[in-house]
Design a protein around this ligand. Structure first.
Ligand code: NAD
Length: 271
């Protein structure tokens, strides 16, 4: 399996990365450094995680060339709008200590604002300070609304996606549109790791349930960003390129879907 996925604009995005939601600024430095030392290139942060500084520090401590890394951050809801999006992006770059990011995402589809935010994101993209731009938590109808005024189609939609929320229709739509799917809370925030089906498949492959879920995402063509702050688990979550789930196992994991959200529904959030 290729370790990267080509986005619509030709940029290669790593298929497996580290998420750092609910990671303290200080802890983010070590987590990012350990991840990069163990082969990760993709790091997923956001302004609202309040750890962009720690992430930037981890990147510097890893002593890895900038072009070998793929850094994502996101525009927070309170900063949506044309001018405020430009300002928020500059603030994120400054906190990260970087002169560009690889991917900048609209974090949530704030009604009445995301089209204006996108105009700023398109300008940021054209300036070269974001190598790709995309959205997060957008349903099909949000993307259709965005496209009424957009010049550039989002390259990525980062959505809640795990074996108990498989979002088949949305993924089909995104595939048809050439928009890469990125899975957030890919391990179901750790809550599904005891699931008997996952445990049984894991035992058969001599892998952990977390590794089986990550592999299921990769074989489903989703980009995946599991979070951990523990070095051993960070390593474990990347050790998934030396085994393969068969069709039957893939189908059994698909069948765990119960349309259960752990986070807010993008049609009904108040933050
Ligand atoms: P996740 O599904 O990645 O689960 C993380 C939890 O699983 C850990 O806290 C730990 O308890 C457990 N875990 C991780 N590796 C393990 C292992 N090898 N063995 C046993 N347990 C393990 O949860 P997440 O942090 O919610 O999602 C991942 C990333 O997705 C976030 O860090 C963030 O970057 C992104 N995210 C984005 C949004 C969005 O709105 N765009 C929302 C939520 C998360």
């Amino acid at each position: 399996m290729d370790k990267t996925k080509q986005l619509a604009n030709g940029i290669e995005m790593p298929r497996l990365g580290l998420g750092v939601w609910r990671v303290e600024d200080n802890d983010a430095t070590n987590s990012v450094k350990w991840a990069i030392e163990n082969g990760y290139q993709l790091i997923d942060t956001a302004a609202v995680y309040k750890n962009e500084q720690g992430v930037g520090e981890g990147i510097r401590q890893s002593n890895t060339k900038r072009e070998d890394l793929f850094i994502t951050t996101k525009l927070w809801n309170a900063d949506q709008g044309y001018d405020s999006a430009h300002q928020a992006f500059n603030d994120s770059l400054e906190r990260l200590g970087l002169d560009y990011v690889d991917l900048y995402l609209i974090h949530w589809p704030v009604e009445g604002k995301f089209n204006d935010s996108w105009k700023a994101m398109e300008e940021i993209y054209e300036s070269g300070r974001a190598k790709a731009i995309g959205v997060s938590n957008f349903h099909q109808h949000h993307i259709e609304e965005l496209m009424k005024t957009a010049k550039i189609k989002p390259m990525v939609d980062q959505i809640e996606l795990h074996p108990t929320l498989t979002q088949v229709e949305l993924r089909d739509f995104l595939a048809k549109e050439g928009i890469a799917v990125e899975a957030w809370s890919p391990l179901g925030q750790g809550k599904i790791l005891q699931n008997p089906t996952l445990v049984e498949i894991a035992e058969k492959h001599d892998k952990s349930a977390a590794q089986v879920i990550i592999r299921w995402h990769l074989q489903s063509d989703s980009i995946v960003i599991p979070k951990s702050v523990h070095e051993e688990r960070i390593k474990e979550n990347f050790d998934v390129f030396n085994f393969e789930l068969n069709d039957d196992e893939m189908k059994r994991i698909d069948a765990l879907n119960i349309n259960e959200r752990l986070g807010a529904d993008p049609d009904n959030f108040d933050f």
